[in-house]
Write a protein that binds this ligand. Structure first.
Ligand code: AHR
Length: 384
């Protein structure tokens, strides 16, 4: 019965992907896992909903499976609730891994506590769930617990951030954080050249230390700091929160007021806090100000600030990984091969209609030229 359901769901996902191929909706790039000798292929995945009649068919099958006690049980160990991005991520996973789709989701908010996250995963193993989904707070310290999941025969799917010290998971879907940092550096280089700004004195408010989001964004931006010989005055963590961003900026203002002209906030919520602190101190920022504000995420509230000229550039991190996650589970249920890596597609947003695109060498060593999207109300309205 569970297999019947999985076949129907897989069909629904396939239909959904066919529908989406002709559209320009949110897309992700995937890297195929097998066979090993095959060159990693870049394909397009999509998140458009399946047609109504297919969904109805799936819902019926889900109901029947539930009645037979055959729903798929998934444990999800989420990072926490630190940002607008995180809320969107939780919503995306909860609506995709839903009862209607035949899934009983056990959700744990780990409140940015790595020990709590390991415990949550161990509890899922003890419960004997069918799948475990992890958004890892930090990128290391995972091999033991993933070995335990492996020994228990429970497939683990990793979303958003990466795990860097274990390969005992079946699939990962998330962002190329280093490219986000590189793109921010490439944009700043082009922007200051265009504005005739000869010196860059930058402050960085980084994300949770040891998370792959922080590591990638810092590494990417630092490449430009080195190459362009910019002065990075300081980098302190704001833990991806508004409160953290505000506190770090308040402390920066005590030490460096009048000495910096760029602040890089590693997510929108930190940028909101930093902006509040600069406002309170009478420091001008944004398009018409003395301090260039760079942010990451591009959530609705972030893009509103880009539209208002308070954030100069916002590099999207796409949290809508729920449908990809569902797709992976369905493929595994059907005994199919899954992609080892799926990269979310992520546009770069700017406040001013000056630079059309940025060119840089991405984290795969490829020369790329990527468009800059000038934010208008329609862009804000379409955001997550
Ligand atoms: O891992 C993704 C990052 O984590 C997002 O940039 C941030 O908002 C979140 O807290």
């Amino acid at each position: 019965m569970r297999k019947t359901l999985s076949v129907l769901l897989t069909a629904a996902m396939a239909t959904s992907m066919l529908v989406a191929c002709g559209s320009s909706s949110t897309q992700a790039t995937t890297t195929a896992a097998a066979p090993a000798e095959t060159k990693a292929a870049e394909t397009q995945a999509a998140t458009t909903a399946a047609p109504a009649e297919t969904v109805a068919e799936v819902t019926e099958a889900a109901k029947a499976a539930e009645a037979n006690g055959e729903t798929i049980t998934v444990g999800f160990a989420q990072v926490g609730h630190e940002s607008d991005w995180r809320t969107a991520s939780t919503n995306s996973v909860q609506s995709a891994l839903s009862k209607e789709n035949g899934i009983d989701l056990q959700f744990v908010d780990c409140d940015n506590d790595s020990a709590a996250q390991l415990e949550a995963v161990r509890n899922f193993i003890q419960q004997g769930v069918d799948y475990i989904v992890i958004d890892p707070i930090v990128s290391t310290g995972w091999d033991t617990v993933l070995t335990e999941a492996d020994d228990a025969g429970i497939p683990v799917i990793v979303i958003d951030r990466t795990i860097d010290d274990s390969d005992k998971y079946v699939s990962w879907v998330g962002s190329e954080f280093t490219n986000e940092g590189l793109a921010a550096g490439a944009w700043l280089k082009a922007y200051v050249a265009d504005k005739g700004i000869s010196e860059v004195n930058a402050l960085v408010i980084s994300g949770t230390t040891g998370s792959s989001a922080q590591i990638g964004r810092s590494n990417g931006f630092d490449k430009y700091v080195e190459e362009e010989k910019w002065n990075k005055i300081d980098e302190q963590t704001g833990d991806f929160t508004q409160e953290g961003g505000q506190k770090v900026m308040e402390s920066y203002l005590k030490s460096y007021e009048g000495k910096f002209n760029v602040v890089v906030c590693q997510n929108d919520n930190e940028a909101f806090g930093a902006i509040d602190a600069m406002k309170a101190a009478g420091v001008s920022y944004g398009v018409d100000g003395d301090v260039i504000v760079i942010s990451f995420d591009a959530c609705t509230a972030g893009l509103q600030k880009v539209l208002a000229g308070e954030i100069n550039a916002d590099f999207q991190c796409n949290p809508l990984q729920g449908p990809d996650c569902l797709n992976i589970i369905k493929k595994l249920e059907a005994g199919e091969t899954v992609d080892q890596k799926t990269f979310m597609a992520e546009p770069w947003y700017v406040a001013e209609d000056k630079l059309k695109d940025i060119a840089y060498t991405n984290n795969s060593g490829k020369e790329v030229t990527e468009p800059l999207v000038v934010v208008d109300q329609a862009v804000v309205d379409a955001a997550y």
